[in-house]
Ligand binder design. Sequence first.
Ligand code: C2E
Ligand code: MG
Ligand code: MG
Length: 752
Amino acid sequence: MFFIAAMAAIPFLPAGPQGAVQLLGSLLIVVILLFGVRLHRPRFALGWRMLAFAAGYTVVSNVAWRVLQQTHVIGTSASVDLLYYTIYPALGAALAVLPVQGRKELRFAGYVEAGIITSGALVVWWTVLVDPYVSEAKLAPGEFHVVAFPMLDMVIFALALRLLLLGGGRSLSWLMLMVSMGALLTGDTAFLIALLGDHGPPLVSLECWMLASALIGTAALHPSMAGAPPVQDADEARDIGTSWIYIGTVVATPIMSGIFLLTERTRLGVGDIIVPVGATALTAALVVARMRQLNMVTRRHATALQNSLSMEAELREELRHRAQHDSLTGLPNRELLYERLTSALAGERAGALIIADLDAFKEVNDRFGHAVGDELLLVACRRLAEAVPGGSMLARLDSDEFAVLAEGLDPAACTKLGERILSAMRMPFEVQAHQLFATVSIGLRELDSGLLTGDVLRDAYMALHEAKAAGRDQMTQFQHSLSEKKTEAARTVERLRGAIERDELIVHFQPLIRLADERMTGVEALIRWQPQGEAMVPPDRFIPATEDSGLIVPIGAWVLRRACEVVAGWHRAQHAAVVSVNVSPRQLRELDFAAQVLSVLSDTGLSPASLILEITEGVLVASGMVTEQAIRHLVTLRARGVRVAVDDFGTGYSSLAYLRDLPIDLVKIDKSFMPVPGEGDQAARTMVKAIIDLAAGLNLGTIAEGVETAEQVALLRELGCDRAQGFYFARPLPAEQASSLLTNASWGSRVS
Ligand code: C2E
Ligand code: MG
Ligand code: MG
């Protein structure tokens, strides 16, 4: 308000009050600047405070000038003006300090660009506006300094211009500052011209000065003063706009200088041409500096680009490596093996694919935790790597599944390699103070021309499964009969699916004989399959296939129910007998196995004490969730009076200690222990005796299987075996025949 009033009033005021108003204006600016800083709390208050200082300094030097003039202490205007010159560093520093956010080189670019434009403008300003007056005024050499005011204004203007150039005019406060500096320049130029023409301060100057003050004040009060405007990001975007200004300046400056020199050459002295020549040179120098800087920036961008390109390549390589390698062992993974195998087959190279699977890795994991499991894998991997010759690829296919692609080896060498791996893995592993056994099962498939990658893998897996089924810790080489067997098994399962409904399954009963009095005390239920119009199929030919497919679960349940029904019928006819039913490991994995057995017992009315469940050793010895589940089932059932027998005892590979700890009642001595007649097998005899003694010591009953001769019966009786079962007494028989045997008061004659 004050400034508008002052600007309106100034034309009508005499010189004295004009000066007073001006002074008051300057003083007000100081206050407004400081107030603005307090109000908006700009992030970079220093520049604004310095502006306030420069304004304050103007007031002081104005007052000093007046005092000195009135007291006539100083004579020449030059020495008075000296006081004014000192304002410029303060003002310039304030503007230079006002920050622009952005990278360093952009800030530098701001100075250079402002310099180029300003020095171009300087040439025009000088040649068109000022020099004609200067040369007319015939200044004495000592008086030339008067032109310095507007020239310093130019520098200040350039500093303000730089803010605008960089900020892209986005801050209103910055814009006002620049216009304010422009007003100052205009005012001082008008003043200079008036001075050279020996006039007093012209009205234009007074108004311009007042306008400059008003704009600085408004800039300080505007909220946009609080933050530094961000530099326009893209250098290119700025360059397109500013390059036209460059071209204009760089072309116009020498042209203007040239015209000036040509038209005025008659009267020109050194003083006249020093400004345009100097400014043109300065423009050129600044353009070169800016170019150099741009060049540097470009080079840096190029280097950064190159760096990021090579980093990207590295990353891509790293990702590729990761995608093809296992993270735990660092070995190639399935994908890479597949690639290598494919190229080996394409190159018709000799060799074999060997798949080695740890036999009890899951148990180790369950029992000792994953940390131990992982370390076991690492140690196993190292041992495998030692066994594998150079030129062959060792890969990890799955958690505990490794593969070796042996290339360039003949079949015999491949087999040897497989055996070497087997024996290397038989040594115990030391892992975190545990001694672990981690044998492997191996499937081997030789590479043949004409085979596809998928075929080789499939065949090797088939061989591996065969090795596992045959009892682990061994190698199976793929043969075509294997795959035929597999297809046959699949076909069997298909045909068996409807066998229960079609009534094709039968249960036969083989008598169990008490050796003490040779009486029949029970039966073992044994399944048979009688497909329509075909010969009877023994269980060994179809049970394994049903285990793999899970079909054993409904079939086993059916056998249990049927056997219990039959024997419960005998009980109702007053013929007491126990029934022994085979249970597959797969059945024990069912969550409701125990409940199923109990419900069969209650449905058929058979007492639990009359049921024996036969399980194999393996079910109970391995550790892990599945085994725990199986044991829980057996514990539940035994609590209700059902008994548990270990079938085929002695054919497993586990320790004897478990006999003491596990929920069992009986041991069925496998038929392979029966001494062969005539051979007087002393070793077999010793074994049977040992088993019987061990069982007796643990309070377990014994049943001998596969008894075929009277000598064997005599021996078993002598060794204290409780019961026996075998062709010597009876083969497995249909229910009615078994039932009629049971009704015989005593075991009269042998039944065949
Ligand atoms: P296992 O449980 O050990 O059954 C005894 C096997 O030995 C029977 O063969 C039986 O016929 C045979 N055997 C009996 N006495 C003699 C003998 O004096 N000499 C010889 N050499 N063999 C004799 P089978 O019936 O062929 O059964 C074979 C196996 O099939 C059984 O072995 C059992 O493991 C399995 N199995 C049979 N029925 C079932 C069933 O319902 N469920 C399950 N999961 N497995 C069954
Ligand atoms: Mg059995
Ligand atoms: Mg058996």
